[in-house]
Design a protein around this ligand. Structure first.
Ligand code: ADP
Length: 277
């Protein structure tokens, strides 16, 4: 009889614990939802004045004569752009956490996007006086026109190629693109962003895709950044049904490999005819 009573008591206590756990779980979910909502609101509120600063800075730049003043205003522009990038990362991260990062579909030319990303990032080579060869490298099997979220694909490439340039002093940053499979309209593309930079220590690699985990605080101070770039990159890749992985050798360089599942555009937009003379 005592045994039955013990069992009953322990079952009651288990039920009570399970109810408590349920409440705690619901509270944790609610608090996480509120946090994401708060981050999203703050990001939005901060963006508006930053865009105003950027707009007026651009207007001022037009009539500056004094080189010293030009330097000041250019610095305001750069810093504002950095802040907008940080806010953009925080907003994306909060959307990911809330499961609200939705992809859009549009027709785009992949080669143009990769070339654009390289072109935009090549400015860092001039300002930092680096000697790096930037090499976009397309396999001939890659279809030119695709359907997918071109803005997010640009973001993935900007993060990875941007990091590769940031952490490379000399050599090259190469992006290889090839096709690994095709089934009707669906294709899987494989990308490799290969740099000859400082590399990443083996014991640090597993932390790379975890939030706020810049590998090394000394590089953070030296290079800046939120530590969210790779977390967002991984989520975006996974949302496009792909995978991402990294291999690296300190002192020799790093390779980030990722795949994306996209669609081939059945009717690519017609190219503008060449200018008639
Ligand atoms: P952030 O946005 O701050 O650059 P990331 O998530 O993009 O953060 O990168 C996190 C950290 O991973 C970087 O601070 C750097 O230490 C390391 N890292 C990323 N890419 C490379 C690379 N190509 N070479 C060396 N280290 C890298």
């Amino acid at each position: 009889e005592q045994a039955t009573e013990d069992i009953r008591r322990s079952m009651d206590s288990m039920e009570e614990k399970s109810a408590q756990l349920h409440i705690a779980n619901r509270e944790a979910m609610e608090s996480s939802r509120l946090k994401s909502q708060f981050l999203a609101n703050i990001s939005h509120e901060v963006r508006t004045p930053l865009n105003a600063i950027l707009g007026y800075t651009k207007t001022l730049q037009k009539d500056i004569k004094d080189p010293q003043h030009r330097l000041y205003v250019d610095t305001i522009e750069q810093s504002t752009n950095s802040l907008l990038a940080i806010i953009g990362d925080i907003l994306d991260f909060s959307k990911i956490e809330a499961g609200k990062l939705n992809l859009e579909n549009n027709h785009f030319n992949l080669k143009t996007i990769v070339d654009d990303v390289y072109q935009t990032l090549s400015i860092h080579l001039l300002t930092k006086e680096k000697q790096i060869d930037l090499v976009p490298d397309f396999n001939s099997d890659v279809p030119e026109w695709l359907i997918g979220d071109s803005t997010r694909i640009r973001q993935i490439l900007t993060n990875l190629v941007g990091n590769a340039i940031k952490f490379t002093h000399q050599g090259s940053v190469r992006t290889k693109v090839s096709m690994t499979s095709q089934a009707n309209q669906n294709i899987t593309l494989s990308f490799q962003v290969i740099d000859t930079g400082i590399g990443i220590a083996e014991d640090k690699i597993h932390r790379l895709f975890k939030p706020f985990s810049q590998v090394d605080t000394s590089t953070t101070r030296q290079f800046g950044g939120t530590g969210l770039g790779l977390v967002i990159t991984k989520k975006l890749v996974e949302q496009m049904n792909g995978h991402i992985e990294v291999s690296s050798a300190p002192g020799t360089g790093s390779t980030f490999r990722f795949s994306l599942v996209l669609q081939v555009s059945p009717n690519p937009p017609t190219q503008k005819p060449a200018l008639q003379r």
